[in-house]
Write a new protein. Sequence first.
Lengths: 189, 137
Amino acid sequence: MHRTICDFTLDIIHNAIEAGSSLILVDFIESRDELKVFVADNGLGMSEERLREVRDPFSTDGTKHQDRKVGLGLAFTSQAVEMAGGDFEIDSRPDHGNSVMIRFPLAHIDTPPIGELAETLLAAFSYPGDFEMVVNRRLPDSGGEYSLVRSELAEALGGFETSGALRLLRKYLDSQEILAVPANKEGSV
Amino acid sequence: MAKMSLEELRKLRDEQKKSLSHRDVENKEIQIIVGMGTCGIAAGAKETLNAFIEELDENELKTVKVTQTGCMGLCYVEPTVEVVMPDMPDVIYGKVDPETAQKIVRKHIMGKSLVNDHVFDRPAADIVDTGANGGAK
């Protein structure tokens, strides 16, 4: 099971990448009371039947592990959201893409810690593949916000493959995160 | 730390490239591949990826290729990491927490010797060949 909300977020972003999306939009909105994450993509999307199946942890499309019957990502997410009294919504149209929203009330005892967003975004931006990704981070209470565009970062760094480029990307992401983020970002309860 | 602009990021990267040495060019052959499937994420693969980047930076290794892949099929020993480099066998390491990532950089990459306790060799048989008939059994 994932430990942090950032872990769930990365998993949803991976689903979007693996669905062959050329564009992925991520909103990460953190207020005093709740954290909302939206991930929208223009990938393969899912049929209504498939959409019902994805909450079953033993359901998978079978392309990754032909002989195994596990597909834990969204099942983990919906279970964690349910335990914390939050919301999980998924909307999908075949050939048009998915949009996923999760909302966690931050005061609930079963809400997982938020996690390290800079660390998560480093993994998401540098995941191999030819896709555009736009991340909007907003903290409505303090007015803090920033946006990141994968193609701009790739251009500035000359790609994401080498350790030197990734080290600078981490520094850049850390420097964006310093705005108005509460000191106890690990402990959200 | 002030908020960095894209222009500053570009400048830092250009400076970094200019400072590359002969050794850095040789290190381009080294590749670290971190398994970042659902199982990897749950076991802490993000922290492992970041630990590799920090440890490589500490040791002035700027041109090592660090990439990610999905699940390698060894979900029971996540986080898993494959290391490919000249003069060493290709190795898949398991249970690679940030401390082990440090050891892999110092011992395997810099010292050219295996981190024995964590060697898990090859991916699971049902993951290796994903050919048309469902792969190796």
